[in-house]
Design a protein around this ligand. Structure first.
Ligand SMILES: Cc1cc2nc3c(=O)[nH]c(=O)nc-3n(C[C@H](O)[C@H](O)[C@H](O)COP(=O)(O)OP(=O)(O)OC[C@H]3O[C@@H](n4cnc5c(N)ncnc54)[C@H](O)[C@@H]3O)c2cc1C
Length: 326
């Protein structure tokens, strides 16, 4: 079987592209290394999206949530229902490892075998590779790069590293759900100005009143089993510590991009090279979709503002077919 389109990644963007392909009568296969919307499954259990469900909705398929902004659970349900109701062809727990051109398109090697397609879409997101602190002790099991559930941190000394949305959310939730102490280590002089406008006053005020301790212009220098060292403007500080939540962001998987043969731009964001009008990369018939398009600039693209990617890609495939008289 040679598919018209193979989509790498079964996140919101991969699902969106697959629905566009299905509507256009193109055969498709989604290859997903984990479960359906694997990244969303690994989001904090109590998170609420900053977007309203209306803004996350794709292909005019209603996304119903109890409140304006959906929870993680509601989003998982929406994407599960999309996969089922649209009868998408998705292979789960199948990781793409390599890609090479063949005479009719591309051959894709996965953890389970090989597949062939005339066109390929890379929709692998950025949630697989944490930005590491690169300090001694980071490999201790108490250091988490994914924040899950505050319950684990009841009566514990928690250090949250980073003050963007994930850091602010984790610090507030651990403080409210009974951590013995929550301290933040913040590289810059203040809470990140991009923190959601309804969260910013909450975190600023908890720091001001001393409920959450924050060290600004400070970095972690070493993590040990029951302590952590910070370098602060007033010199080194050692704190008692049970858990470190390193909320320092994520990057796309550049080794995968290399294995796929994608060209990376020399801009600051190291974005894969693609035509912004068609999303086609410098490899013919290979497209980028979703937040992976943003490279290291992971805050620029999200589900809301990449919802047109499916139709852009599929329209380009159809236009090429038309030109070739197929
Ligand atoms: C906590 C949090 C809250 C957010 N809230 C919002 C919000 O409110 N609104 C909004 O618009 N955006 C939000 N975002 C951003 C956006 O939701 C996510 O980045 C979203 O997951 C992007 O979708 P995607 O399909 O492009 O990438 P992903 O969801 O990351 O999907 C990529 C998929 O590719 C798979 N994959 C990776 N490598 C391989 C491989 N080699 N082989 C096969 N499969 C592979 C992954 O397992 C994953 O399922 C939020 C992000 C975070 C972290």
């Amino acid at each position: 079987m040679i598919y018209d389109l193979i989509i790498i990644g079964g996140g919101p963007s991969g699902i969106n592209v697959a629905i566009s392909a299905k509507k256009a009568g193109l055969t498709h296969l989604i290859l997903e290394k984990g479960m359906v919307v694997n990244s969303l499954f690994n989001f904090p259990v109590n998170m609420t999206f900053f977007s309203t469900s209306l803004k996350l909705e794709i292909h005019d398929i209603p996304f119903i949530s109890h409140r304006d902004k959906p929870t993680r659970g509601e989003a998982l349900e929406y994407y599960r229902r999309l996969v089922e109701s649209q009868q998408l062809n998705i292979s789960l727990y199948e990781e793409v490892q390599q890609m090479s051109p063949d005479w009719e398109g591309y051959e894709i090697t996965t953890s389970k075998g090989t597949h062939r397609a005339k066109a390929v879409c890379v929709a692998t997101g950025f949630y697989d590779t944490p930005r590491y602190l690169n300090v001694p002790g980071e490999d201790l099991p108490k250091v988490k790069h994914y924040y899950d559930d505050p319950h684990a941190y009841i009566r514990q000394h928690v250090l949250v590293v980073g003050a963007a949305n994930s850091g602010a959310d984790a610090a507030l939730e651990c403080y409210r759900k009974g951590a013995a102490s929550v301290t933040m280590a913040v590289r810059g002089p203040e809470i990140n100005p991009r923190v959601k406008y309804w969260v910013r006053p909450d975190i600023d005020n908890r720091i001001k009143e001393g409920s959450i301790k924050a060290y600004f212009n400070s970095t972690v220098s070493e993590i040990r089993a029951d302590e952590v060292d910070l370098m602060t403007p007033d010199g080194p500080v050692t704190l008692p510590n049970d858990f470190v939540l390193a909320m320092t962001g994520y990057t796309p998987n550049y080794s995968l991009f290399e294995a796929l043969g994608l060209e990376i731009g020399d801009d600051e964001a190291c974005k894969p090279v693609f035509n912004p009008d068609t999303l086609e990369t410098s490899l013919p018939d290979v497209y980028m979709a979703g937040v992976a398009c943003g490279g290291l600039a992971t805050a620029k693209l999200f589900i809301e503002n990449t919802r047109d990617h499916g139709d852009i890609i599929v329209n380009n495939i159809l236009a090429k077919k038309h030109e070739a008289g197929q």
